[in-house]
Structure formats: structure tokens, C-alpha cells
Design a protein around this ligand. Structure first.
Ligand code: NJP
Length: 266
């Protein structure tokens, strides 16, 4: 058996997951690619194979526990080990809370963005503990620190992922397992196509501050190469996090005046 490390990436059919898969494959990692859209995974796996890499596409709805267990099982069957898990699958429905659909928007978001991260991790953990080695990387968000209007459920999910990440890190370090949270701001991916957000003001993250998926993928790779507790992207957003924590009242007033009132036409 080859000794190239094995990585599972969820949400590998587009955006950050897809870019991460390409990058890890280029560095010799063997991959299990998980998402619901099999055709996308298959063509990515074919592309990786044509370049001399190895990738296994596995249709997985991460909100389904049986499919999570299947993903772990087929990965172990094929590769014999799991070195890195990247919990990346996720989506955001960004709207006023009263306008979110209770099941498709709220329940589904919590299932994919929070429960799946917990269940995926729990499913690989016994294997990592037995090997006394492994790395879990959770794709959280700046919304894990700064919660803005219309992000209520998404921010609740990403705050939860941060809490989970912090607790897990302290729980499994003794087993030789590393845990990293990645906290990106806005990234140019298909994410925005699924938000259902309609903004009258057109207020959003300026183009210049938006990252491409490859930027985040490089951070994921660097977390594996040099394990860290957390990575905030872009780096200077740590000042926004600090300002939000130190002056929440000022931030409340700015957001209400500049965003909520014009959006709600008050
Ligand atoms: O978005 P996108 P990103 N089961 O839409 C998959 C976070 N983030 O790359 O199932 C399995 O291109 C979906 O696959 P499919 C964000 O919260 C983003 O930007 O085939 N997979 C696709 O591969 C998320 O955690 C921004 O539809 C499921 C992938 O998830 C992560 O980055 C900012 C699934 C989504 O790819 C990747 O998102 C930020 C399910 N049930 C954090 N549901 C940003 N883009 O601005 C979805 O702070 N997927």
C-alpha cells in the first residue's frame, strides 16, 4: 500500500472543496470526494486521475447518517486509513428569520452545517484514535465571530461549529489528533447562488475583499502542513472580529442605520 496520506473532503463538488481537492491531489494526497452531485465528483476524480493522482468519488448527503457511515467505510475499504477530514460541505440561506422556511432553510441548514460536522467527525474518530494520528479541519466562517442581520441561522450554525472545533481540539489532542477551524470571509463560489438573499440596498462584501476558492484551499493545505488552532481569512479580518467584540453597541447602531432600516424601508 502507498504511504501517501488520505484525505476526505466533504462538499468537494464545487467551490472551496473542489479547489482544495485539486490542491491536495497536486501534493500527492489520495482523496475521497464527497457531495450529492456525483457527476461533478466523477469528473473531478477523472481529472485528478489523468494527472497521476488518486481520487474516489462517493455520493454523500452529509445530512444522512447512513451515507456518512458509508463514506467512511468505502474510504477505509479503498485506502485503509484516513489521515485528514475536511468538513467543508455547507450552505447558507440568508434572509430575515420570519421569511426562512422552517424545514428547507432552517432545519436543513442546521443538519448540514452543524450536525453533519459533528457526525462526520464522530464517524472517523475511532479510527484516528486507534492510529493516534489524524487531523480534522472544519470550514466555519467569519460568521462564527460576527453575526449580522439575515445571517441568524447561518451564524448560529457557524458559531456552533466554532464551539465544536474548540472543544474537540482540547478533547482529542491527547490522542495525537489535530483540530483546526478555518474562518473565511466572503469567497467567490456557488455559495451565493443558494442564499436566496434579495437585497434592496445591494449592500454586500465589496469585490476587492472577496477571495477566490484557491485562496482558502491554500489555507487548508497550510493548516495540514503546519497545524494551527484557527485560520482567519483574510488575515486582517481579525481586527473586525476584535472591534465587534470590544464595541458591540457601536456595531449594532451602524448596522441598524446602514443596513436594517434601508432594507426594511423604515
Ligand atoms: O460553496 P459551494 P463554498 N451533502 O456552494 C456541498 C463555507 N463558507 O465552497 O451536495 C453533501 O460552492 C455542495 O455539494 P452538492 C460554507 O459555509 C463559504 O463557498 O453536490 N454535500 C458543494 O460541494 C461551506 O461550509 C463562504 O450540492 C453538500 C459544497 O457543499 C464551505 O465554505 C464564506 C450538502 C458547497 O459548495 C464551502 O462552501 C464563509 C449535503 N447535504 C464560509 N449540501 C463563501 N463562499 O462566501 C451542500 O465564511 N453540500
Amino acid at each position: 500500500m502507498s504511504d501517501k496520506p488520505i484525505i476526505i473532503i466533504t462538499g468537494a463538488s464545487s467551490g472551496i472543496g473542489e479547489a482544495s481537492a485539486r490542491l491536495f491531489a497536486s501534493r500527492g494526497y489520495r482523496l475521497s470526494l464527497a457531495a450529492r452531485r456525483f457527476e461533478r465528483l466523477k469528473s473531478l476524480a477523472d481529472e485528478i486521475q489523468q494527472r497521476g493522482g488518486e481520487a474516489l468519488p462517493v455520493t454523500t448527503d452529509v445530512s444522512n447518517l447512513d451515507e456518512i457511515h458509508n463514506l467512511v467505510e468505502v474510504t477505509l475499504d479503498r485506502f485503509g486509513q484516513i489521515d485528514v477530514l475536511v468538513n467543508n460541505a455547507g450552505f447558507g440561506r440568508l434572509n430575515w428569520l420570519e421569511e426562512l422556511n422552517p424545514s428547507e432553510d432552517i432545519e436543513a441548514q442546521v443538519k448540514v452545517n452543524v450536525l453533519a460536522v459533528v457526525q462526520m467527525t464522530r464517524a472517523v474518530l475511532p479510527h484516528m484514535i486507534a492510529r493516534r494520528s489524524g487531523h480534522v479541519i472544519n470550514m466555519a466562517s467569519l460568521a462564527s465571530f460576527i453575526a449580522t442581520p439575515t445571517y441568524s441561522v447561518y451564524a448560529a450554525c457557524k458559531f456552533a461549529v466554532r464551539g465544536f472545533t474548540e472543544s474537540l481540539r482540547r478533547e482529542v489532542g491527547v490522542h495525537g489528533i489535530k483540530v483546526t477551524g478555518i474562518y473565511p470571509g466572503a469567497v467567490n463560489t456557488e455559495f451565493t447562488q443558494h442564499t436566496g438573499s434579495k437585497r434592496k440596498t445591494g449592500i454586500g462584501t465589496p469585490k476587492a475583499l472577496r477571495m477566490d476558492a484557491e485562496h482558502v484551499a491554500r489555507a487548508v493545505l497550510s493548516a495540514v502542513q503546519r497545524p494551527r488552532r484557527s485560520i482567519i481569512l483574510p488575515w486582517y479580518m481579525r481586527f473586525a472580529i476584535l472591534a465587534n467584540a470590544l464595541f458591540p453597541g457601536v456595531v449594532d447602531r451602524i448596522i441598524e442605520a446602514r443596513f436594517v432600516k434601508p432594507e426594511r424601508e423604515l
